[in-house]
Design a binder for this molecule. Sequence first.
Ligand code: BGC
Length: 334
Amino acid sequence: MKLRLPCLCLLAVVCATTGFASKEKPVIGLSLDTLKEERWQRDRDTFTAKVESLGGKVIVQSANGDDTRQVRDIEALISRGIDVLVIVPHNGEALNRAVKAAKEAKIPVIAYDRLIMNCDIDLYLTFDNVKVGELQAKYVADHLPEGRAARVVRVFGAPTDNNAKLFKQGQDNVVNPLVAAGKINLVFEDWAQDWKPENAKKIVNAAITRNGKEIDAIIASADSVAGGVVQALLEEGIAGKVIVTGQDADLAACRRILRGTQTMTIYKPLKKLADYAAIAAIDLAKGNKISFTATIDNGFKKVPAVFQDVISVDKDNMQATVIADGFQKASDLK
Ligand code: BGC
């Protein structure tokens, strides 16, 4: 897999050992930013099932997008005597103190899907987030209008999520040369706080108020925000006429793609990530070796990391990808 993230160096599969004692039935704390989006429910369920199949137990906390609550959740998990802590941070900059408290209690920490900055984490597991952004923008680049610049709006994700910056970085890699070549005109762009559809809808409303309805494509960074984007387009009577990107292959997004109101999404095989995290969590709890394929600098150290690959999906390959993998059922998509 090609990786072009800053401060990241590819290694052969490398193994590291931890100094923690072997546990009979490890207890893993899972602290989630939110469970409101479909993908995180699936991550939780897959991770929990795998940990249980390996003889462990999971205690789940969800912070509902609130930093203070997530810190409290983590403190509560630590005081319940968990063996390993797995975190999907709401804000990758705000959890250093909580991670420090876990490490002081000798609890290894895994950052799940989103990086936590400037602290001592043991492992970071995610997807190739730069490639996600590149594939979103490439879809638009492959469908440019003839003889004029495409009018493109971008709706980025939560500014508190390091991934949102990586998705933008990937989009920039593809879009910036096309802007320079006069093939794309970026007419409006903004960040959707907390990845909320209602915030994305407001961004599209503002884009239309300022520039009118002549939009060729909206690069939405994920399916959650794409939901709000499509709602705004439906209200303006132009849904289906504008390319809309997304990410996650959520059920609602796959349905929109088949109906034609959203154009593409990115399929991220969550099972690979969740299973890997579960195996690593149990290994860390038992003091076994954990394997990783890269490292990434989080400002504190070079964190051992694993990046899973992603797939671009539209209505033409949905059957061969999302449905064939059992990620969504064909019967649910009718
Ligand atoms: C994840 C995406 C998700 C977004 C909103 C990002 O960090 O990588 O898969 O759509 O958060 O929850």
